[in-house]
Design a protein around this ligand. Structure first.
Ligand code: G6P
Ligand code: MG
Length: 217
């Protein structure tokens, strides 16, 4: 029985994955570092510091400089999200969150972002969540399962009764490690390890999800 859903935020409910990319891109340009959209695919779901370390590709910097660069990227990101409104919800997202609630199931957020609640508020969907797990909730982020386990425990549900909905390879990995059901959004190369894959949440209802998950053992 599936009783809960744990949604990632960036790239699942809204396209803030693009804003994270643009923030890193601007920083990389200022620092003279090569960074492409393709490189960015590896950064999906990855926390701020680890993302920066991936962009630095092993180059060594003093801790002070690392902190300054993280801060600068976040400043750019905050500028981007200042304009977010309910219009920025991705197609199908709010409909599915509402349908889940109407069906007596629960919604949780499972995002590594420290800015997640601000984005939820700007999107106007915070009240649709029964639990929030974000960048402040656990020490070990994705691909560790800790964030999703934290969300499930707040919902008082065991992992096998929860579906994790993710656009990142690291998120699907975390879901699998934690014993969760999983739905991947995006290309097979990225989220193909999920039990079921959809291009996005557009037109995805509970029926489709249950059918897709039942087909797999
Ligand atoms: C999410 C995003 C990542 C981002 C991370 C930390 O996982 O997918 O791109 O780096 O959150 O976000 P933050 O807002 O705390 O820098
Ligand atoms: Mg994401």
């Amino acid at each position: 029985m599936i009783r809960g859903f744990i949604f990632d935020l960036d790239g699942v409910l809204t396209d803030t994955a693009e804003y994270h990319y643009r923030g890193w891109k601007r920083l990389a340009e200022e620092e003279g570092l090569a960074f492409t959209r393709e490189d960015n695919e590896q950064l999906r779901g990855i926390p701020r510091r680890e993302s920066l370390l991936l962009i630095l590709k092993g180059r060594l910097y003093p801790e002070e400089k690392i902190l300054e660069m993280m801060e600068r990227k976040n400043k750019y990101y905050l500028e981007f999200i200042r304009e977010i409104s309910p219009r920025d919800l991705l197609p199908g997202a709010k409909e599915l969150l509402e349908e889940i609630r109407l069906a007596g199931r629960k919604n949780a957020l499972g995002s590594a972002s420290r800015n997640a609640t601000e984005v939820l508020d700007r999107l106007g969907i915070r009240s649709l969540f029964d639990a929030i797990a974000d960048g402040h909730s656990v020490e070990r982020q994705k691909p560790a399962p800790d964030l999703f386990l934290h969300a499930a425990s707040q919902l008082s549900l065991p992992p096998e009764e929860c579906v994790v909905v993710e656009d990142a390879a690291a998120g699907i990995e975390g879901a699998i490690r934690g014993g969760f059901r999983s739905i991947g959004l995006g290309p097979q190369e990225r989220v193909g390890k999920a039990e079921a894959v959809f291009p996005s949440l557009a037109g995805v209802h509970l029926d489709e999800i249950f059918t897709a998950l039942d087909r797999k053992p």
